[in-house]
Design a binder for this molecule. Structure first.
Ligand SMILES: CC(C)(COP(=O)(O)OP(=O)(O)OC[C@H]1O[C@@H](n2cnc3c(N)ncnc32)[C@H](O)[C@@H]1OP(=O)(O)O)[C@@H](O)C(=O)NCCC(=O)NCCS
Length: 155
């Protein structure tokens, strides 16, 4: 099993390439490099040697809510459990922070269901929809699926 690490600033360009490779194929939403720099502390990565082969971000939305964003595993490293490892790292951090609900918007709901997430109506996540989605070029015709994972946290 490869180890999950917090991203470093020098990883931003590779994270950007990884995400936008899949975004160009319509499999996830693109991210600007500036957005990755601004949110670099959200990102976890997995490396093979010096190369970043996978990333995922945990972004805090509110006191009780966080989002997993931009989960991406290089094609030649998929189907080896790396995606699950990254999602588990995000969930662990949310639990340590005391955040009970983690959600994601994705075109790959079956992968997140394998990780224990359940599909919900997007309107159950109004903070996401009205706080960020309106900036998306696809708004209001979102074709992503919303899922949530509920954690047991100490209050
Ligand atoms: C979706 C993605 C992150 C999964 O990463 P991965 O490392 O290949 O996934 P894992 O090897 O950890 O898979 C864990 C399980 O989920 C399943 N799985 C993986 N991707 C799946 C998918 N797209 N649909 C359904 N099941 C999937 C695997 O078969 C495996 O199941 P198993 O335990 O029964 O064998 C990866 O395919 C990817 O980067 N895709 C392109 C970007 C993308 O779509 N990201 C989605 C989030 S925005």
């Amino acid at each position: 099993m490869k180890s999950v690490e917090k991203a470093r600033i020098r990883d931003a360009a590779t994270i950007h390439q990884l995400i936008n490779y899949f975004a160009d194929k319509g499999e996830m939403l693109p991210r600007a490099l500036s957005e990755i720099y601004e949110n670099i502390r959200d990102y976890f990565v997995i490396r093979q040697g010096e190369r970043v082969i996978a990333c995922a971000a945990l972004h805090i939305s509110w006191e009780d809510l966080a989002e997993i964003k931009s989960a991406a595993v290089a094609e030649d490293s998929q189907q080896q459990g790396i995606g699950v490892q990254l999602v588990e790292a995000c969930l662990k951090e949310a639990k340590e922070l005391g955040i009970p609900t983690v959600f994601c918007f994705t075109y790959q709901p079956a992968f997140f269901e394998k990780c224990g997430f359940c599909q919900v109506d997007k309107m159950e996540l109004p903070r996401k929809v009205w706080g960020e989605c309106y900036l998306c070029p696809k708004f209001p015709d979102c074709d992503e699926v919303a899922l949530v994972y509920n954690l047991k946290v100490e209050i």
